[in-house]
Design a protein around this ligand. Structure first.
Ligand code: ARG
Ligand code: GLU
Length: 732
């Protein structure tokens, strides 16, 4: 295996480095080539000792494994906080000051905004703690301890059991572990599966519930470049916002109260003023959501050739229609801005992912690995592993049509046609009534009506109608016929669309409210006479009666084969680096600051500067406007201690292996100081969720000095800077 060779080479290289100074060019290039094989991976923080520690040292780290994770002493992990379930944040002061992305705090910032105080537009800064704004429902989670509980979870599980029996016993054991694990009264515990179900790890956590908004730049800084620049390099976004954790008098989690005090952390990150240069060590510490690094070639091929193109095409159509109306009508632009952004986010990611998989030849590489795997399995006569690849081939062949149908339903009914989305909610109401009677009906109705208020506030029939016609026609044309409901076959979709949008009451909030008023029996009768509901109901029935059961059945079998395959890979290639796929648990990824070559003859630098913001400036544009204040600061070169040789760095890139959920993660230097704030990846490398390639996969970070510059020079919130510990590790 190539990796093993490179690994040996590297070990030799490290040894030889100890005896000789690396000074000449050739040796530097040698180092770039060699370190390729020790980057990538999202590692479990409690298991860094040994190989990971050596790799980090080889990349330039001066930290030990215990500096990063330690149960008995304070360590970096005590400053890393899961932010409201989806993002990451970090503590940067002794008073519980939290830093995360602007796009992670977006909902909170929006919820405090009104026409008089538009914090999204103008930014928000608390000049003292009394001005900080509470956010009901927001939670942040600390990881106190990480324990391997694999033995307990597998207790009593035998090879004779079938998959369902195994799973049921595993679930019982997990329950037991969660209940009996040693923890304090105010702590919580949960168990997660790793390596496809081959290892189980318990996390003891503390969940804080009084989280207040402290600061956010205007969107023209925090969201600069919006969708056009999303997933792209060169980038110029100040994607940050700040919160503060409050605790009770004992420094423990508590519901919001005026009496609560700023949380005193076990550790907070010192902030480095020294910046970065090519080759500097970087560590990103956070909560990556999901990766699929060990899929067989056949699965990746299916994603790239069948599923991604279908989803991209659906969203292509929806986005084009939304965009054409948003351009014509400013009120539609406001209503659809956030929906457009979230639809565009993964649309753009999938396009980049497909291109990256093709460009890096990932499918062929996986096939080569599988050939080698088969060769060794046969040589060593590992009978249990021999059928795995053939099983994958069969299962993926069998699941293809139903996966595709499922994606069409999700993308069209559930995600992109709003009218079908609301009729689906009504469908769930009917199902709740059929299963749970009046009580269940009332509960669901209250929830749905609440949800509808938010949906219809930003709803435009004018936009939704052409989206319906376009997406439903596409669904009918491309969905495998087995999973196409009768009412979508041989239909004139223009006539159908006109009829539905003329007659359905679900096209307005008042109409929907009227349909949902009255006794349960009355409501059920009324909705079943509504044209949109009737149309959607057949699609939803097809989904629940045919698509979902078949999909889940096959998927369960795939998961079982994947679990065996994961185990087999680790056994067959004992010297390979295997990290567990991301699963929203705390992980460490390390790499170096590096530019890259997106295309032949093109080279991207590793850092962008404020100059670039002005280069992109389009006055009045919703993506590229720049405020006069920032222009003035740029012209006067008033960067304070945050600039570098008369320039203000804005963003930089590195080889850290990140994914969704790593938003807001700290980028940490060789000594444990904060140097940046992770917020995105480069387009050419978004395939890293399935195939990390150190040549082209880069994460994008805000330079921490830009964050400090905005807080200090732009917002004048010196109170926040004074709380932090600023350091100069390079000149020490
Ligand atoms: N691509 C980044 C992520 O996946 C940023 C998304 C937010 N920004 C946007 N323009 N939609 O979350
Ligand atoms: N923007 C992503 C997030 O919200 C992080 C970027 C990525 O997917 O790498 O988590």
């Amino acid at each position: 295996m190539k990796y093993i060779k490179i690994y040996l080479l590297l070990t030799l290289f490290i040894i030889s480095c100890k005896t000789k100074q690396v000074t000449n060019e050739v040796d530097n290039i040698q180092q770039v080539v060699d370190t390729r094989s020790i980057q990538g991976g999202m590692w479990i923080p409690s298991l860094l000792e040994g190989v990971n520690e050596q790799e980090m040292t080889a990349l330039g780290s001066k930290m030990t494994a215990a500096d990063i994770y330690d149960v008995n002493n304070s360590s970096l992990k005590d400053a890393i906080v899961h932010f409201n379930g989806g993002c990451t944040s970090e503590i940067i002061s002794p008073k519980g000051l939290l830093l995360t992305n602007h796009h992670c705090g977006y909902g909170a910032i929006q919820s405090h905004s009104s026409v008089e105080h538009d914090y999204l537009e103008n930014g928000f800064w608390a000049m003292n703690m009394d001005e900080e704004l509470p956010n009901p429902g927001m939670v942040v989670t600390f990881i106190k301890r990480i324990d391997d509980v694999t033995t307990q979870v597998f207790e009593g599980v035998t090879d004779e059991m079938n998959e369902a029996e195994k799973q049921s016993l595993i679930d019982q054991n997990i329950n037991k572990v969660t209940k009996t694990i040693q923890k304090e009264a105010w702590q919580e515990a949960n168990v997660k599966s790793f390596y496809g179900g081959n290892q189980y790890i318990a996390f003891v956590t503390e969940v804080f519930k009084d989280i207040r908004l402290v600061g956010a730049p205007p969107s023209s800084i925090g969201k600069f470049g919006a969708d056009t620049d999303n997933w792209m390099w060169p980038r110029h976004t100040g994607d940050f916002s700040m919160f503060r954790i409050y605790a009770d008098a004992n420094n423990r989690p508590a519901e919001y109260s005026k009496e609560n005090v700023p949380y005193a952390p076990v550790h907070y990150l010192p902030v480095s003023l020294d910046g970065v240069e090519e080759g500097d060590f970087t560590l990103v510490f956070g909560f990556p959501g999901r990766t699929n690094e060990y899929l067989p070639a056949v699965a990746v091929e299916q994603i790239v050739e069948v599923l991604n193109p279908a989803k991209i095409k659906v969203r292509d159509n929806a986005l084009k229609i939304m965009d054409s109306y948003m351009r014509k009508d400013p009120s539609i632009k406001i209503k659809y801005a956030s929906k457009y952004a979230s639809t565009a986010n993964y649309w753009k990611k999938w396009i980049g992912e497909n291109q990256g998989i093709q460009k890096s030849n990932a499918i062929q590489k996986k096939r080569n690995l599988e050939n080698e795997f088969s060769k060794i399995v046969n040589e060593k006569d590992l009978v249990a592993y021999q059928p795995l690849l053939a099983e994958f081939e069969n299962l993926y062949k069998e699941i293809q049509d139903v996966s595709l149908a499922r994606d069409y339903w999700v993308e069209v009914v559930y995600r992109n046609v709003e009218l079908l989305g609301v009729t689906f909610a009504a469908y769930q109401l009917e199902q709740a009534y059929l299963r749970g009677g009046d009580a269940a009906f009332e509960r669901v109705r209250t929830g749905i009506l609440n949800e509808f208020k938010g949906i219809y506030k930003d709803y435009s029939v004018e936009v939704d109608k052409p989206v319906f016609e376009s997406l439903v026609s596409l669904y009918a044309k491309e969905c495998p016929i087995t999973y196409l409901p009768q009412n979508m076959q041989n239909v004139d979709f223009t006539a159908l669309t006109n009829n539905v949008y003329e007659t359905s009451k679900f096209t307005s909030f008042e109409g929907a409210e009227e349909l949902l008023s009255g006794t349960a029996a009355e409501v059920i009768k009324k909705i079943n006479e509504d044209s949109a509901f009737v149309f959607g109901k057949e699609l939803n029935n097809m989904f629940y009666q045919a698509i979902e059961p078949k999909f889940q059945d096959l998927n369960l079998q795939i998961v079982a084969v994947q679990k065996e395959y994961m185990k087999a890979l680790m056994e067959v290639f004992p010297n390979e680096r295997f990290f567990p796929d991301a699963n929203s648990t705390l992980r460490v990824t390390y790499g170096q600051v590096r530019g890259y070559e997106p295309k032949d003859g093109m080279r991207y630098e590793n850092t962008t500067y404020l100059e670039g913001v002005l280069e992109k400036y389009v006055p009045g544009d919703y993506e590229f406007d720049v405020s006069q204040k920032l222009i003035d600061l740029f012209n006067s070169k008033d960067f304070g201690p945050y600039g570098e040789n008369g320039k203000m760095p804005v963003n930089f890139i590195g080889t850290n292996h990140t994914t969704g959920g790593n938003s807001g993660s700290p980028a940490i230097d060789a000594y444990g100081n904060l140097i940046g704030l992770n917020f995105d990846r480069v387009w050419e490398g978004t395939m890293s969720d399935m195939n990390y390639d150190p040549d082209i996969c880069r994460n994008i970070m805000v330079d921490i000095r830009y964050v400090l510059f905005i807080i200090d020079k732009y917002a004048g919130a010196k109170n926040l800077i004074e709380e932090m510990t600023l350091v100069n590790p390079k000149s020490k």
